[in-house]
Design a protein around this ligand. Structure first.
Ligand code: SAH
Length: 399
């Protein structure tokens, strides 16, 4: 049993919690500083009436998550077992598919009832990510439950505790089972992907873009020239190439991106001849492309929410319009821009406004052809709209 503490919610925040908003903020609570990371807290009103039960865990956003609206529910191993079991049932179809897609999210934080915790599946290996020291206090229970209810090859973890949600460098992210090869090869809709479970914060792929990659492959690549900006390991380029793209160009400023992207092409036996990999700041590349009068039929734009390079600070909420204008300038007539953002600071309506503004300022017409948000395995909590962060629009430039 974990110790429980009562905390009084300030009046103006009470309705939020009654409406089941899951994220606990320290501003909303009297005496938040009297509790410790990982404490179970009962949120009560100033008359002592129970509102919700949660845990304290300071993350980049928020200071904890609610777990239950039943005063008598105990937060113990059984509680976590039920949550994880339900989450696995929700992914039944992913588990059944052992051939074409072997990488997916098993547990998506507050969407599955426990904020601050995610579990991903990579061909029999499980990767548990802890987003605060608070949730990490429940580690033993959660790992035990996982070991009891799933067949696993091995279990790995990432600890992303600090205030900015940064990865905590550790010697070893391996927990138990068999150690994974570096890399292991997983499949996504039949395409291979090299995954490194113990090589820093990121494993090589962002699983939430699966449906977008498939659509690029199936409907938008054949015979096209493709540009992938902020390309990371080149996942979009690989799908585009396999979908029949004449050429792909992947641009990312991280040095590692060249070897990583080459590897992803290689594990799919793609001839590298028409795949260009450019290590550069995309904002410089745009200038180069304009100078050389380059035009692309398909351009993917998937920037981080915030990034600082030597010359630029990019913030999606402030600079997306300008970024789009640069992209529109090097997109062919009737070409398609895949505009993506994972910023939780603005919603799809604002994102559509950014697109409208960019085209309007250039006096060019456009048509939105596809609209994506998170896939089914990234389950969202209906009371936490920010959790539905992914927004992807396929926009055709019409001339
Ligand atoms: N689109 C990728 C994920 C992008 S992650 C995918 O689907 O896998 C963000 C990437 O943007 C990182 O690899 C980072 O190195 C890169 N990046 C950030 N700022 C950049 C800039 N100014 N120019 C080029 N790449 C940048």
């Amino acid at each position: 049993m974990y110790k429980e503490k009562n905390l009084v919610v300030k009046p103006k925040y009470i309705q939020n919690y009654r409406d089941k908003y899951p994220l606990i903020s320290k501003e909303s609570i009297i005496d938040f500083n009297k509790i410790e990371q990982g404490d179970i807290i009962n949120l009560i009103d100033n008359r002592g009436k129970f509102i919700a039960k949660g845990y304290a865990g300071v993350q980049n956003k928020g200071s904890g998550w609610t777990l239950s609206y039943n005063k008598n529910e105990e937060i113990n191993k059984n509680f976590f077992r039920n949550k994880i079991q339900q989450a696995i049932e929700h992914r039944e179809n992913f588990y059944k598919d052992t051939q074409t897609t072997t990488a997916f999210r098993v547990f998506n934080g507050e969407g599955d009832g426990v904020g601050g915790l995610t579990i991903d599946y990579f061909d029999g290996f499980y990767l548990v990510t802890w987003y605060s020291l608070g949730i990490y206090k429940f580690r033993d229970n959660i790992i035990e439950v996982l070991k009891e209810i799933v067949d696993y090859k091995g279990i790995y973890q990432k600890r992303r505790f600090d205030a900015k949600g940064q990865y905590l460098e550790s010697q070893n992210d391996f927990i138990c089972g068999k150690e994974a090869d570096a890399p292991i090869i997983v499949k996504e809709n039949g395409v291979n992907f090299a995954i490194y479970l113990d090589d820093g914060a990121m494993v090589g792929i962002f699983l939430d873009q699966r449906d977008v990659r498939k659509t690029i492959h199936d409907k938008y690549s054949n015979n096209k020239t493709m540009l992938n900006t902020f390309s990371y390991t080149g996942a979009f380029s690989v799908f585009s190439s396999l979908g029949g793209a004449k050429s792909t160009t992947s641009v990312d400023l991280a040095n590692r991106s060249r070897a990583k992207t080459t590897e992803q092409f290689r594990v799919n036996n793609i001839d590298l001849e028409n795949q260009n990999i450019i290590v550069e700041d995309v904002f410089n590349y745009f200038k180069y492309a304009v100078r050389k009068k380059l035009q692309f039929d398909l351009v993917v734009v998937d920037p981080p929410s915030f990034a600082r390079s030597k010359k630029h600070i990019f913030s999606a909420s402030k600079d997306y319009v300008k970024l789009l204008k640069d992209v529109i300038a090097i997109t062919s007539n009737n070409g398609v821009i895949v505009a993506s953002t994972n910023s939780a600071n603005f919603d799809i309506k604002v994102f559509k406004d950014f697109i409208a503004k960019a085209f309007k300022e250039l006096n060019i017409k456009y048509k939105i052809e596809e609209n994506f948000s998170l896939p089914k395995d990234f389950k969202v909590n209906d009371n936490f709209k920010e959790g539905n962060y992914l927004k992807v629009l396929f926009v055709r430039k019409i001339v």
